[in-house]
Design a protein around this ligand. Structure first.
Ligand SMILES: [Zn+2]
Length: 268
C-alpha cells in the first residue's frame, strides 16, 4: 500500500497565502508547489478571487485508471498534486480538515456527524481580512452545514444542477472573493451503483466537465482579477463485496486523492 504523503489540511494555508491573508493559527503548512506556481503565474501579486470546486469522493485511483476522463481537468489546470485525506475518510471529517487546516481530533468532527464547527476556518480568516465568501451547496450535505453561522453567503439548493447554475451566476456577478461549490453527484451514484458503474462514471465525467466550465468562467468573467481555481475532492472510494461503493477506511483507495489547481492572471 502506498499512501500519499501530503495531507489535505494544507488547503487552508495554501488558499490563504495565495490570497494574501493570515490562515487560522494552527493550520498546516501550505502546499509549497502550489504557492510557488501561483507566485510565478501572478508575478508576485496576491490573488483576489478563488473558485474552489469540491466534487465528492473522486479517488486518485479513478484518475489513474480513467485518465482520459480527466483530460479537460488536466488541460484547464496548471498543476496536479497527490494528497492524503484524513481518517475516518468520510465527508464532514475531510471537509472539516480541508477548510480548517487541522486534523479531525483538533476540529472535533471525528465521525459522520455535521455539527457547526466552532474553531477558526479558512472562511473566518478570509472574512477577518475583509473578503466576501459564498458557499453554494446541496441541502443536508456536510459543506452546507458545518460552516454555517458565519458572516458569509449560503446558497443551498435541492440538486447539484441548481447549485452549479447559481455558482456560474455568482462568478458572473463578480462580487464574492471566494466561492466554494459542492457537487455530491459522483458520491451518490458511487454508493448505490459502485465506483465504476456506468452511472457513476457518467457522474465523474460530469464533474470534470463542470470544473472545465468553471475554469472557463473564471478566465472570462474575472479578467480584472488574479484568480485561483481548484478541483478539490475530499476522499476516495472503493467497491464493496455486495457490488456497491463506500469509503471511510484507511486504505489507499479511500485516502489517496488528487487536486488540480489553475491560475488565471488578470489581464489589466
Ligand atoms: Zn465525501
Amino acid at each position: 500500500m502506498t499512501l500519499n504523503t501530503v495531507c489535505l489540511t494544507g488547503v487552508t494555508a495554501t488558499v490563504a497565502e495565495i490570497m494574501g491573508f493570515a490562515p487560522p493559527a494552527d493550520s498546516a503548512a501550505p502546499f509549497s508547489a502550489v504557492t510557488k506556481k501561483a507566485e510565478i503565474k501572478f508575478e508576485g501579486r496576491k490573488a483576489s478571487r478563488a473558485l474552489l470546486y469540491n466534487p465528492d469522493a473522486v479517488a486518485l485511483w479513478l484518475h489513474q485508471k480513467y485518465t482520459e476522463y480527466f483530460t479537460d481537468a488536466m488541460a484547464v489546470s496548471d498543476m496536479a498534486i497527490p494528497l492524503l485525506s484524513v481518517m475516518p475518510s468520510v465527508t464532514p471529517v475531510c471537509f472539516g480538515s480541508m477548510y480548517t487546516g487541522i486534523m479531525p481530533e483538533k476540529h472535533g468532527i471525528m465521525s459522520y456527524t455535521k455539527p457547526v464547527l466552532k474553531c477558526e476556518t479558512l472562511f473566518d480568516s478570509a472574512i477577518a481580512a475583509g473578503k466576501k465568501v459564498a458557499i453554494v451547496s446541496t441541502t443536508g450535505d456536510s459543506i452546507s452545514k458545518i460552516f454555517l453561522e458565519r458572516e458569509m453567503d449560503y446558497f443551498i439548493y435541492g440538486d447539484h444542477h441548481t447549485v452549479n447554475e447559481k455558482a456560474f451566476e455568482l462568478i458572473k456577478e463578480n462580487k464574492h472573493d471566494i466561492i466554494v461549490v459542492y457537487n455530491g453527484n459522483y458520491d451518490s451514484t458511487m454508493h448505490g451503483k459502485a465506483p465504476e458503474g456506468a452511472e457513476s462514471l457518467e457522474a465523474l465525467k460530469e464533474n470534470v466537465e463542470t470544473y472545465r466550465k468553471f475554469a472557463e468562467a473564471v478566465k472570462s468573467d474575472w479578467k480584472d482579477h488574479d484568480a485561483i481555481f481548484g478541483f478539490m475532492p475530499d476522499h476516495g472510494c472503493h467497491e464493496t463485496e455486495g457490488g456497491g461503493g463506500t469509503h471511510g477506511s484507511d486504505d489507499e483507495s479511500d485516502m489517496n486523492i488528487v487536486h488540480f489547481y489553475g491560475f488565471s492572471p488578470r489581464e489589466n
